[in-house]
Design a protein around this ligand. Structure first.
Ligand code: UD1
Ligand code: MG
Length: 481
């Protein structure tokens, strides 16, 4: 159900001093996306009237990170606190009735939790509803100070707690629903009375509560949803949780994952039923696996599309490639962008490919470089074959037809074409086109010199015998001194 009277406000203008980074906090990645992207992605199922993001520190880069989403950007300059950030966003919120406010640094929040928070806010006709979290160690966070079991009286920041309040372990996640008609007059009364001289959004809670408005707090179903990323350790923990969620999603969809905690999968990756991921596999970017694919240990696939029944053997790397049905890659293969293996093709150990089409059933089993090349079907490429595609300035294509047999250690000096059914003699340097069904041989003919080696040995032995032995000893002694 669309929420036409609701706007989402994401506060992402802060620097994140505690990360000790030259990069704004919300640009740091966790779970395969920047924090800010994770938050925007979590909000999009709500179908709010508008999503407004407040940026400030590294504004351009932060806006850039979410430019593919339908988000409105508001600039907060300078950053005078979370309350100030809301005031800066006021005009962009228009006449919406309710705002869901989130910090840009709490990326584990789920749309279901936000929906439930909104429902509580509406049902309670509240001025504010806070998503709270109960933590064993609440230090660093603002605490929820309840005035009754159901009502909140204030949020007190960590630096301003009394000894008694320090015991409270229900904290403010910084995720709230506000009825905007009530928030604005309350925020107008908030003064920057804290050591940073900032206007805290959290101070509006006490203003609302003391004016008799309803302020509610709903405890998050999963404490992790309120986890903010203030330190590198927080980032690592949040990343771990995202990766775990993604692996669980794949396992639910019928994927076997061995030693799951070692496997890293980006959020947009999909995999069909009965795929197997061995330990230490990484599936990155927009990688898609068909059904029954097996990705063996240590392999990394980035933006790579696999058909059904593909095997990627140990320690292979593929980027922006296509592996059609039944293809086998590796072990130790490197497929660079623009590689396309057609059905049943094989690329074996220590083979590098780039901008290369490997035809149906064609094999490149060992130690080759195939770049800017098009190979037909059922062709066999011998060990050590190289396409010489680059003259230092330009790149040129190599085209090899169907059912071609290429002997080992051949080089193709591009541009060059080899017709269907041709043979290439091992050790050839092919610099000219080879017609269909021809033998291409590009090397000097071998000559055997009868008795040459035996004669050579005799000469060497005679020379050694002729040298006076004492001279040698004398020299050796000299050197030692
Ligand atoms: C805030 C809350 C605290 C809560 C904690 C949860 C306040 C004053 N405190 O503290 O009660 O327990 O989050 O993680 O709100 N931001 C702006 N403009 C600013 C300042 C901050 O956009 O001028 C943004 C930041 O980029 C960040 C968010 O607001 O995404 C929260 O700011 P942060 O500095 O992380 O506040 P905390 O100290 O974590
Ligand atoms: Mg924070």
């Amino acid at each position: 159900m669309p929420n036409n009277d609701v706007v989402v406000v994401i506060l992402a203008a802060g620097k994140g001093t505690r990360l000790k980074s030259s990069r704004a906090k919300v640009l740091h990645p966790a779970g395969g996306r920047s924090l800010i992207e994770q938050v925007v992605a979590a909000c999009s199922p709500l179908k709010a009237k508008r999503v407004v993001t407040v940026v400030g520190h590294q504004a351009e880069q932060v806006s850039g990170a979410i430019e593919s989403y339908d988000v409105e950007i508001v600039l907060q300059q300078p950053q005078n606190g979370t309350g100030h950030a809301m005031l800066v966003a006021k005009r962009a919120l228009g006449n919406a009735k309710i705002a869901i406010v989130l910090p840009g640094d709490a990326p584990l929040i789920r749309a279901e939790t936000l929906r439930a928070l909104l429902a509580t806010h509406r049902a309670g006709d509240a001025a504010a509803t806070i998503l709270s979290v109960v933590l064993a160690d609440p230090s660093g966070y603002g605490r929820i100070i309840r005035k009754s079991e159901t009502r909140v009286g204030a949020i007190v920041e960590d630096s301003q707690l009394t000894t008694e309040q320090r015991e409270v372990n229900e904290i403010n996640s910084s995720i709230y629903c506000f009825t905007l008609g009530k928030l604005w007059p309350a925020l107008a009364k908030v003064k920057p009375e804290n050591k940073h001289r900032e206007i805290y959004l959290t101070d509006a809670i006490a203003v609302l509560a003391s004016a008799g408005e309803t302020v509610l707090a709903q405890v998050a179903p999963d404490a992790r949803e309120g986890l903010g990323c203030n330190t590198r350790a927080d980032l690592a923990e949040v990343d771990r949780i995202f990766r775990e969620r993604k692996r669980e999603e794949l396992m639910t969809a019928g994927v076997t994952i061995q030693l799951p905690e070692t496997v890293l999968v980006d959020p947009d990756v999909t995999a069909g039923e009965d795929c197997t991921l061995e330990p230490c596999v990484q599936l990155l970017g927009k990688t898609k696996l068909g059904e029954r694919c097996k990705i063996e240990t240590g392999s990394v696939l980035q933006d790579t599309i696999l058909g059904d029944d593909v095997t990627v053997r140990v320690h292979s790397v593929a980027e922006k490639s296509r592996l059609d049905k039944g293809t086998i890659v590796g072990p130790f293969a490197r497929l660079r962008p623009g590689t396309h293996l057609k059905a049943g093709a094989r690329v074996g150990n220590f083979v590098e490919t780039k901008q290369a089409v490997i035809g149906e059933g064609t094999k490149v089993p060992h130690l080759s470089y195939i770049g800017d090349a098009k190979l037909g079907a059922k062709t066999n490429i011998g060990a050590g074959t190289i396409t010489c595609n680059y003259d230092g300035v330009n790149k040129y294509p190599t085209t090899i037809g169907n059912k071609v047999f290429v002997g080992s250690d051949s080089i193709f000096v591009a541009p060059v074409r080899v017709g269907d059914g041709a043979y290439i003699a091992a050790g050839s340097a092919i610099t000219e086109n080879v017609p269909a069904d021809a033998l291409g041989i590009g090397r000097t003919r071998q000559t055997n010199k009868k008795g040459w080696a035996a004669k050579k040995r005799r000469q060497m032995a005679a020379a050694a015998h002729a040298k006076p032995a004492h001279k040698k000893v004398h020299k050796a002694k000299k050197r030692r001194r």
